[in-house]
Design a protein around this ligand. Structure first.
Ligand code: MN
Length: 321
């Protein structure tokens, strides 16, 4: 997925991590990917009030939508650096290609994880024989400073750890939860998990007090720590929690995102996570004219041009604004 805003503003990719349990409802904004017939996504992170949850620094939720008679997802080749992209589906198929030569389809319950490190480019598209409905999320994880230039690599995980707990199916996408450990490579202490609750079920998940957490409902409705939550906003939960109570009277599915609060100062612009203005300028130039981000082979369409930089210098920001 690409950030396709034509004039992306500087995003200060760090917020004050609450040092206590809280309830903060973050309403997302709608962004259209890929032109007028493109896919509409709801972006809850970064948010003006909170830019990260642990190292999670980008949360796009799209669908469910019918792609019958339309192109579905068509995100042409574009670069990334300083982050990992996490692709997760509830319905449909998405085909990933990257400049390393990876070609990987994902279907619901599978993870496509791309560690951009120092630089990679990729495309994402609905395959020609895709199911009619498409529904999923794309998430980004910021890499820590000492590993932000790691060699780019791609992982597909088709068999993630799952467990049924009290009528809910827990699938660990990244990190560890409830004794289940994802095989996906992580660079900071984080967790990402999908919890699917059958109607009328409740469970209590063990949490780490040193992590901050948030939940995003993907289908149905869930009561999370007493808060009635529907599809749409992200509920930020703060830290210093040892458990999270979830109930779904009519059934529901949610994402739990968490991690150690990310202390570093970052600049996040377009598809890049960097540490200062000059890194962004260099990465932009090297996408428009250079070989740092490689070439995606096989995508039927043009690479996405980088937007213009803002007229002022991008400032790295910490958690204190
Ligand atoms: Mn992308």
């Amino acid at each position: 997925m690409s950030n396709v805003e034509t004039a992306p503003q500087e995003l200060e990719c760090a917020g004050d991590a609450a040092e206590e349990p809280v309830h903060e409802l973050l309403v997302g904004r709608e962004v259209v990917l890929g032109g007028t017939r493109g896919l509409t996504v709801t972006r809850t992170i970064p948010h003006k009030d909170r830019r990260m949850v642990g190292a999670w620094c980008f949360v796009d939720h799209y669908g469910p939508v019918s792609i019958a008679g339309g192109p579905g997802m068509r995100v042409g080749p574009h670069p990334h650096c300083g982050l990992q992209t996490v692709s997760w589906l509830v319905e449909g198929d998405v085909l990933h290609r990257d400049s390393l030569g990876s070609l990987a389809m994902i279907t619901p319950g599978e993870l496509n994880l791309m560690t951009a490190g120092g630089g990679i480019s990729h495309s994402e598209e609905s395959p020609s024989d895709a199911p009619e409905r498409l529904h999923g999320v794309q998430l980004w994880v910021a890499l820590p400073g000492d590993q932000r230039d790691v060699t780019a690599h791609f992982e597909h995980h088709g068999d993630l750890p799952k467990r049924v707990v009290g009528g809910a199916r827990v699938t660990v996408i990244m990190g560890e939860l409830n004794g289940l450990v994802s095989p996906a490579k992580t660079y900071t202490p984080i967790v990402g998990a999908e919890i699917s609750l059958a109607p009328g079920t409740s469970l209590s998940l063990p949490l780490r007090p040193d992590f901050e957490y948030a939940v995003l409902v993907l289908t149905g409705g869930v009561i999370a720590d007493g808060v009635d939550l529907d599809v749409g906003p992200l509920l930020y939960l703060g830290s210093q929690r040892t458990s999270l109570d979830l109930t779904a009277e009519s059934g529901g599915r949610l994402l739990l995102l968490g991690g150690e609060p990310f202390a570093e100062q970052l600049v996040m612009w377009w598809n890049y996570v960097a540490r200062d203005h000059d890194e962004i300028v260099q990465a932009r130039a090297e996408w428009m004219d250079g070989d740092r981000f490689g070439t995606v082979v096989g995508y039927d369409g043009d690479p996405l041009p980088a937007p213009e930089l803002p007229g002022t210098r991008l400032k790295p920001r910490g958690r204190h604004r």
